[in-house]
Write a protein that binds this ligand. Structure first.
Ligand SMILES: Cc1cc2nc3c(=O)[nH]c(=O)nc-3n(C[C@H](O)[C@H](O)[C@H](O)COP(=O)(O)OP(=O)(O)OC[C@H]3O[C@@H](n4cnc5c(N)ncnc54)[C@H](O)[C@@H]3O)c2cc1C
Length: 501
């Protein structure tokens, strides 16, 4: 094993999965590491939030990966007894009825009733005979496979809630990747096939691992291991400036918890902070085109209203998708279904998820108004009576989703070109760090490969989350030219003005 010459520490910006994975892998090799985490809790978007003894997961984090080194690392960090193996259950809630997800023809037709079923089937055959000519947008792509009636019921509303733009303005290529093989015909075949055989449908994972106190448990333990091995993790310490000379980063300036600032000299910087903020913090600033490119990266934001209710008001699903148009809530988690250790005393906690843009009407509502909105919407859906809601909490998550628009790839490339040329000891990893829709496993894997690169390997971390599985690539170490959109994110229309920063 090569040891890096780190007379000065390697600075890591962010104590989320990617940052802590990098730190953990580095201290295992004896390297000198300092992690700066702006928040007072580790885990980033994969943290467990704790309020009054209730534990919430932001979004619900399934631990599922096809990347064996990541799977191994999870079990190296947490002992097996801390993992639960959970069945995945999620359904669509619409018009007071639960529809299986992924859709099953038998269940869907039963719920729809005879008249709507007949109309839906006619609309499906009509779309087969007369499919929309232009299937380059997601709306027409779906209509061609399901017909208008099923499309409106099962796809339109939820997709628009998540991304905040009309489905007709979304290109279809993402859908083709995400739900490949999905059509009404295949749904019927799936309904008749034993469940185990269905795993080739990308959206379907039947079981997943879950740390019993939520995903943050993994990262709290990881922090302990890093510190035990001699690494430093500074909490409530925000990196405010990345200071460079002509061809490298020499130091970072941080804002300490007491308001003072400190300059730390560094040998390398591994960054998981949002790329647009990183670019703005580089001093002296990058040339205007790279600076503008970084600042033209956008995000979709997210908030959860967690409501404590009696256990029997919950549902067996981990989460349900809310397709009803009359409510703003997009998805409801039942944290008690994720782990019985997250809830207590005959009560469970429902996490109502709202997909928003930072600063919009919903984001800006006062917490008590959001709790009132959530309570009202649960009642409207017929799920929980207002008097059954005991207490509520609000968690706002800025930059939950990197926003893929028509120019994001060029923008990311411009930032990376600048870094390669003028700050090659600055390494981007993770989700917002790379502006890539990486799940936890891929965020971690980019960090693991970056550490190997620091020790002499030549991995192309931009190839992670492009193919089903990462292939050892790139004799040149260049960014993969074919880097796709990654998993689970459509390319969206450009946003006018208002960007979250
Ligand atoms: C709704 C939702 C559901 C998800 N579900 C799953 C799932 O089921 N399974 C799964 O594997 N993944 C899931 N993910 C993805 C997962 O949350 C991310 O892949 C993962 O958290 C990314 O890790 P990261 O370290 O790159 O970034 P983050 O988690 O964003 O962590 C970055 C950290 O950097 C810190 N930071 C930022 N700026 C600074 C600064 N200037 N100075 C110091 N610190 C800074 C932040 O405070 C944060 O702690 C989900 C994400 C969302 C939004």
């Amino acid at each position: 094993m090569t040891t890096l010459d780190t007379s000065k520490p390697i600075a890591i910006i962010g104590g989320g999965p990617a940052g802590l994975t990098a730190a953990y892998e580095l201290v295992k090799r004896g390297d000198n590491v300092i992690v700066f985490e702006a928040d007072d809790v580790v885990g980033g978007i994969s943290r467990t939030v704790e309020r009054d003894g209730w534990r919430f997961d932001i979004g619900g984090h399934r631990f599922f990966t096809k990347v064996q080194p990541v799977e191994d690392l999870w079990h190296e960090i947490l002992p097996d007894e801390d993992f639960l193996l959970r069945p995945r259950m999620s359904r669509i809630f619409f018009d007071g009825k639960y529809y299986d997800y992924p859709l099953k023809a038998s269940n869907a037709l039963k719920n729809l009733g005879i008249i709507e079923s007949v109309l839906s089937v006619l609309s499906y055959f009509w779309a087969r005979i007369r499919p929309p000519k232009d299937q380059s947008n997601y709306e027409n792509w779906l209509v061609a496979r399901f017909g208008w009636r099923l499309y409106r019921r099962f796809f339109k509303t939820y997709t628009e809630k998540v991304w905040g733009v009309p489905v007709s303005e979304m290109p279809a290529d993402w859908a083709a990747q995400r739900v490949k093989g999905l059509s009404l015909g295949n749904a019927i075949i799936n309904a008749l096939t034993p469940k185990r055989k269905q795993t080739d449908i990308t959206s379907l994972i039947e079981e997943f691992q879950y740390p019993k106190y939520g995903p943050g448990m993994m990262w709290e333990r990881c922090q302990d291991l890093i510190e035990e091995a001699g690494g430093t993790v500074l909490m409530k310490t925000r990196v405010i400036s990345i200071n460079r000379s002509e061809d490298r980063v020499d130091s970072v300036t941080v804002a300490n918890p007491d308001g003072s600032t400190t300059v730390h000299e560094v040998s390398h910087v591994i960054s998981t902070m949002p790329m647009n903020q990183l670019v703005a913090a580089i001093d002296p600033p990058p040339p205007a085109p790279a600076l503008a490119a970084g600042q033209d990266l956008h995000y979709r934001d997210f908030l959860t209203v967690a409501l404590v209710v009696p256990e029997d008001r919950g549902f067996p699903d981990n989460w349900i998708y809310i397709h009803s148009q009359e409510v703003k809530v997009g998805r409801i988690q039942n944290f008690g279904s994720w782990s019985p250790f997250m809830v207590k005393d005959g009560r469970t906690c429902l996490g109502l998820e709202y997909f928003v843009f930072e600063g919009d009407d919903v984001w800006s509502m006062a917490d008590e108004d959001l709790i009132a909105l959530g309570t009202k919407e649960l009642a409207h859906l017929g799920l929980v009576r207002p008097e059954d809601v005991e207490v509520g909490y609000v968690m706002r998550i800025p930059k939950a989703y990197p926003y893929y628009d028509s120019v994001y790839k060029e923008n990311v490339a411009a930032v990376c070109d600048f870094i390669e040329a003028e700050a090659p000891n600055l390494h981007l990893v993770g989700r917002n760090g790379m502006h890539k829709y990486n799940n936890q496993d891929h965020s971690m894997y980019t960090a693991m490969l970056t550490v190997e690169n620091l020790h002499g390997a030549n991995h192309d971390i931009w190839a992670v989350n492009v193919e089903e599985e990462y292939h050892e690539t790139s004799s040149t170490g260049a960014r993969s030219a074919e880097a796709g959109t990654g998993r689970d994110a459509p390319v969206l229309p450009r946003r006018d003005g208002g960007s979250s920063t």
